[in-house]
Design a binder for this molecule. Sequence first.
Ligand code: WTA
Length: 658
Amino acid sequence: MTRATGPDGSGQSAALDNLLTEDRAFPPSEEFAAQANAGAALYDEAAEDREAFWAGQADRLHWDTRWSQVLDWSDAPFARWFVGGRLNVAYNCVDRHVESGHGEQVAIHWEGEPGDTRTITYADLRREVSKAANALASLGLRAGDRVAVYMPMVPEAIFTMLACARLGVTHSVVFGGFSAEALRSRIDDAEARLVVTTDGQYRRGKAAPLKSAVDEAVQHTPSVEHVLVVRRTGGEVAWTEGRDLWWHELVDGQSEEHTPEAFDSEHPLFILYTSGTTGNPKGILHTSGGYLTQAAYTHHAVFDLKPDSDVYWCTADIGWVTGHSYIVYGPLANRATQVVYEGTPNTPHEGRHWEIVQKYGVSIYYTAPTLIRTFMKWGAEIPAKYDLSSLRVLGSVGEPINPEAWMWYREHVGGERCPIVDTWWQTETGAIMISPLPGVTATKPGSAMAPLPGISARVVDDTGAEVGRGGGGYLVLDQPWPSMLRGVWGDEQRYRDTYWSRFEGRYFAGDGAKYDPDGAIWLLGRVDDVMNVSGHRISTTEVESALVSHPKVAEAAVVGASDPTTGQGIVAFVILRGGSEGGDDVLAELREHVAHEIGPIAKPRQIMVVPELPKTRSGKIMRRLLRDVAENRALGDVTTLQDSAVMDLISAGLRGPS
Ligand code: WTA
């Protein structure tokens, strides 16, 4: 059997030939096009004068002081957008909508997992954010300080982010599914003064503790002065007097008035940690004016939001960048009415999402391919039981969406009438970069299609030359964009090395991509050692380090093997230390250890105990071969392998149940 090989020889593009014969296309309906926010002219406008185009987009925001220059790229790769401009991000997301007479509009329909609900209008949001800002200020937090947010999807998480933005405090949201150790390293790296958390969180119908992980983490984080705790589950918590504060005691009594101050366009808004190929997660830094401009513009154009009539729902968690840009900043800047759901999609039943769509009349729904494939597994009869006729735009993000899932989404969720926007972007890009525009683009199932107006992306070969139609290679961004990362927190060199050294003067995204014969872009997955498990980025080295930190493990190699539901699944090969037995209990212990070090999302799907690992003559682990083993494929080229008998040993040892 021959198979297509990705740019790294990984075989990630195995399905490529199928993709390239994909000739179904879905042009927009006339009715949709007639009312769409975006038109084809947007591409021409941006092509004519990119900076003027972005200046026009920045006018979506309220600036206290107008900028004097759109872009300063003289210190590339460090960009400054809307130079000299001053604004308050929270004012733009909250107050101005109240001032323009929309205070009674619902900002958030919050749906708790156990079924409790809260309705938060823009006027409520202004009160809550102002109180939280006053509370943070009372703790001595000032512009430039960092606050860690470790919370489930409760409204207070959003209030906290906006309160930080209001004060010029930089937030660092850490996904509530990460371990105490992962939280500790992120708090430490950012030197956060405050951690905001909850007593516990609801997951799959049960209350689980959360503050306990903060207690463990802050034992080793000298920067933390206080832990602010929202009561959510009412579970028991340990309490450190003086350090720990209840939200309802500190925040509820604060004044509902708070005057926002304008900050420089380049003032740091947030840090968000993401996995890279080496070492610790990187703190991706985003700033204010350019970030909010692109978040608002893309949310308007890609989702076609009509603030007076739409009900928008993005199913992401605020712990990821999608939650930052498409739950908090983009939608609120655009005065969206949105649904925020706390829990898991099958609690208490597998129709929960469709029940919510029906209940609130959701018109725009944005989710991840892994969830769509899960819905497919549960069966089309589940969404069929609900009235989904309010839906008019569907979005996808996080990993390549396979044409089967795309078609299923179109038929069983979108009733064959909703345009699907497959949006490619990254934590680093801050906002959507490549996507169809609904009402404009004739979409192909599985393709993100084309860079948005104002964005320039190309597919290049190993030497950096652009490939032609039908050609594949690496995705690069060859022009700066407003919501681009401004660096890696505390590590300027890592920023240059990771993103700007592979191809001179261009941003290397780490993704493989291909142009089809019509020039549409197809994303093919990561070309580096970053895995994508259910849309979550996890690096192979992170999991390897976690494994070798266990006393029974001598060596470990980790690969992402393709998985029908999660996109990739984590498969680990370990060499145990002399004397250790590789029984089921040890494997379970190792999986738990990884969960403890990183978080349950990083637990290997499978751990295989092996006598040796395949290495090149220079000692590099050949992950490609291990991926072949993990995916049960015939082995690829083993000629560079130091000892080719190793693979026979590994394969022999792996037949039979794992
Ligand atoms: C992948 C999530 C194909 C890609 C917003 C990227 C995608 C990584 C898509 C970023 C898509 C995201 N098609 N691949 N539509 N969207 N990816 O930082 O590999 O969590 O580099 O940002 O997800 O993941 P991150």
